[in-house]
Ligand binder design. Structure first.
Ligand code: 3HC
Ligand code: NAI
Length: 715
């Protein structure tokens, strides 16, 4: 048995006539330069070594190979390039087997497609998720997958980015066999993928199985395949809304049909490099890392989470019910407390409505619904929360009402129970102070609908203990939410910034842009909806009530636009009342422009003596984004957000910010902070109070730094 190590990331060891090539690059075996070099050298070694008759590629750890090393993108390339590695594997003169355990993603699957035979354990997953990073498969995936699984299926696989399980991959033709690698009596340290792979390789040798290269497979029915791709391209152009890489994927797959293999590979490479150069790739990869970075908060280093086995929700309205569903879906037993019999009946109805919807769509069975609801305990008695580990309050947005609820909880809850509030704006320090245990009180700000929206702002008041913060992050993980740590202020990270850019939109409207032009510009930027559409969806009355509540404390010098108030005074609260900024005839979900709203806007302008001017979509977005970024900088300086990336994740997961731009702070870096500051200074000539540049932004520009430098400083 020979044992030669080329590099720590890839080792080789001969077992009989099979050279076992093991990738070991924790945590996920990404294809960093050392792995690429190691794989290339291992195949050279196999070809040169007379005693080697077959090769087995396996890896250490849970993941087969997670793909290219994303951290290397944008840096100078180090040879060998991954397509060359895959081609070298395929060119090996001896049969090469890849044995997959865990995920084989992106370049990981492409390595396996370079091999001649593919085996997987039942739990393995394969995927080409490059599209989620603004990329396309760039190491032969676009040329080899269509040859194995069919042209249309392969293109759809790459466009979806979604991995498939081993069984589906076997059926699709990506795998040759699945082996249950956990035979009875398997020892702790056993390597099921290696054992199954060795058995397969020896079997192939015994049967004289040949080297079998995917590149040699001919694609049948080229004409039909091209027609399918054309249809897919039309559909993709409509659906992908300005994304760069999806159409490049189709172009590369088309080349697999039309061109000889090597020319197809060359085209794939060109298109892949164009994707690498696109700002969308930078934005999407920023988002990938940011959503992993958000959980790295100071408390996580300082404390361990408290055990949470049961939950209670106070309030069964819109949010209480959504949070209850989210908790039930995560497997918790849930107690829901409401004010009286009528209110709890409504709360129960709100929860069951969600499951009935799933039943109707065939996504749940009666038995599953019954099993979930068996964990749900409706109540009108606070004593029923005495034993639970964590309580989430979601009653009316009124400080006095909330304080009264927390005083009750303080009386009945067991010591050490975590007491959380879902308040959108209120002072959580004050809520905490109304109890005898402020160290246990925290904000858990879910977004509506709470069972669907991923964002969870974890709002950290002054006196809360670190283990409660860590418990909240752990809860987020179990509920499959994306948590962001926020500090206490009016609106925390998201709603505070939202208030500012809505103001910017109001000013634009009064100065000359119509609500429809503003929404169109915002959609054109990549948001699914514009701010007026969002208001109509959420209900204009909610913002109206907040504005009335704040009227007394509003800065009298600040500009105030009354257009939305005029609309609400007519009872036009949006979709639920059939009209708001838009008209929704017969319960339509998509609004139509309303000439009467335009007349209201005109009247308000006239009242203030404003001569409307026109704004291009670009001018609208400059103001909109300058407002977001400037308030974002203030949120950072106030310590409400730990890092710019926390703001980015908040907007990606809670406010529909286009992911391909990475988030508002990443966008600001892309545009250049000096440009944003110059815009702010020019807008400030009209309204110095609103457009006052954040000192942090000025400081960063003066020092020639960007927001990402603040992210890096905290890594
Ligand atoms: N490159 C570099 N680092 C990676 C990575 C990659 N491809 N994939 C994951 N990581 C890092 C993560 O950033 C994280 O780092 P951290 O601990 O410092 O925060 C660590 O590995 C663990 O990752 P996760 O927290 O995501 O671990 P999970 O176990 O939850 O998930 C996974 C594992 C399913 C592999 C998931 O990490 C994943 O989906 N990775 C990305 C897969 C992907 O997109 N591959 C395609 C890459 S592009 C490509 O291959 C181009 C090619 O076609 C040429
Ligand atoms: P809602 O009005 O739909 O529900 C509030 C519920 O609380 C009602 O069912 C009411 O009967 C109940 N309630 C009131 N006092 C109670 C008490 N003392 N004990 C038990 N139950 C009581 O309100 P919604 O929209 O669910 O909001 C709840 C909280 O969530 C508020 O703090 C709000 O700011 C916050 N929030 C709301 C979001 C939204 O989009 N609706 C988004 C994020 C947070």
């Amino acid at each position: 048995m020979a044992n030669e190590a080329q590099s720590p990331a890839v080792t080789t060891q001969r077992h009989g006539h099979v050279l076992v090539v093991t990738v070991n690059n924790p945590p996920v075996n990404a294809l960093s330069a050392a792995v690429r070099q190691g794989l290339f050298a291992a195949i050279e070694q196999a070809d040169a070594d007379a005693d080697t008759q077959a090769v087995l590629i396996v890896s250490e750890g849970k993941t087969f190979i997670a793909g290219a090393d994303i951290r290397e993108f944008g840096k100078p390339p180090v040879p060998p390039a991954l397509p060359d590695v895959c081609n070298r594997i395929e060119a090996c003169t001896k049969p090469v087997v890849a044995a997959l355990q865990g995920a084989a993603l992106g370049g990981g699957l492409e390595v396996a497609l370079g091999a001649h035979y593919r085996l997987a354990l039942p739990a393995a997953k394969v995927g080409l998720p490059e599209v989620d990073l603004g990329l396309m498969p760039g190491a032969g995936g676009t040329q080899r997958a269509p040859r194995l699984m069919g042209v249309k299926a392969a293109a759809e696989f790459m466009l979806s980015g979604k991995p498939m399980g081993a069984q589906a991959a076997l059926q699709a033709g990506l795998l040759d066999r699945i082996v249950d690698g956990t035979p009875e009596g398997a020892s702790e340290g056993s390597r099921p993928a290696q054992e199954a792979g060795l058995a397969y390789a020896n079997e192939l040798l015994a049967s004289g199985a040949p080297v079998r290269r995917v590149r040699d497979i001919a694609i049948p029915n080229a004409e039909a395949a091209l027609a399918e791709l054309s249809a897919l391209a039309d559909d993709t152009a409509k659906k992908s809304r300005g994304l760069f890489s999806p159409l490049k994927i189709i172009e590369a797959v088309r080349a697999a049909v039309e061109l000889p293999f090597d020319q197809g590979m060359a085209l794939e490479r060109r298109l892949f490099l164009a994707c690498i150069d696109s700002p969308q790739r930078a934005g999407l990869i920023h988002a990938f890392f940011a959503e992993r970075e958000v959980t790295k908060v100071p408390e996580a280093r300082a404390a361990a989470p408290r055990a949470v086995a049961s939950l209670a929700i106070i309030g069964g309205g819109t949010m209480g019910a959504g949070i209850a569903v989210s908790a039930l879906d995560a497997g918790f037993p849930v107690v829901m407390v409401e004010r009286d019999a009528e209110a709890i009946a409504r709360g129960v109805a709100n929860v069951t409505k969600v499951y009935d919807g799933l039943l109707a769509k065939g996504r749940m069975t009666e038995a599953q619904k019954a099993a979930v609801l068996a964990r749900f305990t409706p109540s009108t008695n606070y004593a029923d929360v005495a034993a639970v580990d964590l309580v989430i309050e979601a009653v009316f947005e009124d400080l006095e009402v909330k304080k009264a609820v927390f005083q009750q909880l303080d009386k009945v809850c067991k010591p050490g129970a975590v007491l959380a509030t879902n308040t959108s704006y209120l002072d959580i320090d004050a809520i905490a102070a109304s109890t005898s245990r402020p160290q246990d009180v925290i904000g858990l700000h879910f977004f509506s609908p709470a069972n669907i929206m991923k964002l969870l702002e974890i709002v950290v008041p002054a006196q809360v203990s670190a283990d409660v913060v860590v418990t909240a992050f752990e809860l987020a993980k179990r509920m499959k939410k994306v948590p962001v740590r926020a500090g206490v202020c009016d609106g925390f990270i998201g709603n505070r910034i939202l208030a500012t850019y809505k103001q910017a939109a109001d000013y634009l409207m009064e100065d000359g842009a119509s609500p429809y032009e503003i929404d169109a510009a915002v959609r054109g930027f990549g948001y699914p909806m514009g701010p007026c559409q969002v208001t109509d969806l959420a209900g204009g009355d909610i913002g109206w009530a907040t504005r009335k509540r704040r009227a007394a404390t509003r800065d009298p010098k600040a500009r105030y636009v009354e257009i939305a108030d005029r609309i609400c005074e007519r009872g036009w609260f949006g979709q639920k009342t059939g009209r708001g900024f838009y008209l929704y005839p017969q319960g339509a979900r998509t609004g139509q422009p309303d000439p009467e709203v335009l007349a209201i806007v005109d009247a308000e302008r006239a009242k203030k003596g404003i001569t409307p001017r026109s704004f291009t979509p670009e001018e609208i977005m400059r103001r909109y984004m300058a407002a977001i970024v400037n308030e974002g900088a203030k949120v950072l300086a106030d310590g409400i957000a730990l890092r710019p990336l926390d703001i980015d994740v908040t907007f990606l997961y809670g406010y529909g910010f286009p992911r391909f731009r990475g988030g508002p702070m990443k966008y600001a870096d892309t545009v250049g902070l000096d440009q944003i500051l110059a815009d702010l200074r020019s807008f400030a000539q009209e309204d110095p109070l609103f457009w006052q540049p954040a000192p942090l932004l000025e400081q960063l520009v003066a020092e020639g730094r960007n927001f990402d430098s603040l992210n890096q400083a905290q890594r």
